[in-house]
Design a protein around this ligand. Structure first.
Ligand code: ADP
Ligand code: MG
Ligand code: ZN
Length: 189
């Protein structure tokens, strides 16, 4: 039987969350590629804060890459999405202002499939409010795990290995490791 969500051309929100290196971006890119194979019109967005791999793409840690528009504020996305776009993919939602939640809801309400990926928790293992809210509002939720860099168990924590104390510090393996619950050490404030 046909999926009723698709049959009625209804929009919805999918969230892909997890710690760093858990394959969120890879999974986002995989979903985008299958939508493109189905000849759907897809638009991709990333945050301007994510400067790790240039400013015009969504790139995973293993260098899988797709072109994307980088925006500073959530409401820029609404202005940029075309009427006939069927799929809107947004990476690093945790970098966006809290307006991103309403933006995703508005797009879904307008009949679009919204795929949003981002960190569920920060380096202190506290929830990113934006991701937490979006997880509560989404129809479909996926939590990815990485491999613990210390012991190989499933990892859901992001250990910062640099001494920075700011909540947002952009980095890859130079600054972060995936850790399991046993190997993660919460940094002192
Ligand atoms: P995320 O967007 O969740 O940070 P990516 O999709 O960019 O993750 O990258 C996932 C890739 O990172 C994996 O396929 C693997 O090649 C690489 N990687 C590096 N360190 C780890 C780790 N500790 N656990 C799992 N994958 C890792
Ligand atoms: Mg990523
Ligand atoms: Zn471990």
């Amino acid at each position: 039987m046909a999926n009723p969500l698709i049959y009625h051309k209804q929009g919805w929100i999918e969230v892909i969350c997890g710690c760093m290196f858990s394959g969120k971006t890879e999974e986002l890119i995989r979903r985008v590629r299958t939508a493109l194979i189905a000849k759907q019109k897809v638009q991709l967005f990333n945050s301007k804060i994510d400067t790790r791999y240039g400013i015009d793409s969504i790139t995973s840690h293993n260098q899988n890459k797709v072109a994307a528009t980088c925006v500073k504020k959530s409401d820029e996305i609404l202005a940029l999405v075309d009427k006939d776009t069927q799929v809107v993919a947004i990476d690093e939602i945790n970098f966006f202002d809290k307006g991103i939640v309403a933006v995703c809801e508005q797009l879904a309400q307008a009949g679009k499939r919204v795929i949003a990926a981002g960190l569920d928790t920060d380096y202190r293992a506290e929830p990113f409010e934006v991701t937490a809210a979006l997880l509560a509002k989404a129809e479909f939720v996926t939590k990815n795990l990485a491999v613990c860099t210390k012991c190989g168990n499933p990892a859901s924590f992001t250990q910062r290995i640099s001494k920075d104390k700011k909540r947002i510090v952009v980095g890859t393996t130079d600054a972060y490791q995936a850790r399991c619950r046993r190997c993660y050490k919460k940094p002192r404030q």
